[in-house]
Design a protein around this ligand. Structure first.
Ligand SMILES: [Zn+2]
Length: 198
């Protein structure tokens, strides 16, 4: 997949990095679904509701995905990753349906689920980095434990349980935030669809 940021815009390097991150995030899904995506290209449309576009693949050349990376009010400010990933998924789903009908929406939620599964297994740079850090922490803890007696070990286990509960709660909060962002996105999309019809 070719990654093409807008030439001559400030912070082009960061734009490229964000696109690389997106490519990694979606790699497994693209492969599993055998999607032919030739290029991911940055756009900055005047219409602030336009988040992305999809140009279907021809026989010879794979599809183009156009994506807005930057805020409509400030070119130097990038959109958050959840929004970018949602745009990417939205446009990718147009490989199957160009409209936003029932079939499109069903497929979108299926793809979202598949993506979640892949990102929990591997393929997500951010996540694997976090896992590595967690592993290192675990190893440190183990070394400490060896020096301590059994009673301390029991205490550690209790603490682990507490931490796990905390992590679970945090995960849930993040899920909720994701859903809110989805709603926001769909709202904008609906607005967009209305303006299209006019
Ligand atoms: Zn669309």
């Amino acid at each position: 997949m070719h990654l093409v940021p807008i030439k001559g815009l400030a912070r082009g390097g960061e734009a490229k990095r964000l696109m690389e991150e997106l490519a990694v995030h979606f790699k497994m899904l693209i492969r599993a679904r055998q999607l032919r995506i030739n290029t991911l290209k940055e756009i900055y449309p005047d219409n602030k509701n336009v988040m992305g576009m999809y140009k279907p693949a021809s026989e010879r050349i794979g599809a183009y995905i156009f994506i807005r990376l930057r805020s409509s009010v400030n070119k130097k400010q990038f959109l958050d990753r959840d929004t970018l990933r949602e745009t990417m998924l939205h446009e990718m789903c147009h490989a199957y349906n160009l409209d936003h009908g029932d079939s499109y929406r069903r497929n979108l939620s299926r793809m979202r689920f598949e993506l979640e599964v892949y990102c929990n297994c591997s393929g997500d740079g951010e996540k694997s980095k976090k896992d590595e850090a967690d592993k290192k922490d675990d190893e440190k803890d183990k070394k400490k434990d060896k020096k301590k007696d059994d009673k301390d070990k029991k205490d550690d286990k209790k603490d682990d349980k507490k931490d796990k509960k905390k992590d679970d709660k945090k995960g849930k909060r993040e899920d909720k935030k994701g859903k809110r962002d989805d709603k926001k996105y769909m709202k904008n999309k609906k607005k967009d669809d209305k303006t299209d019809k006019k």
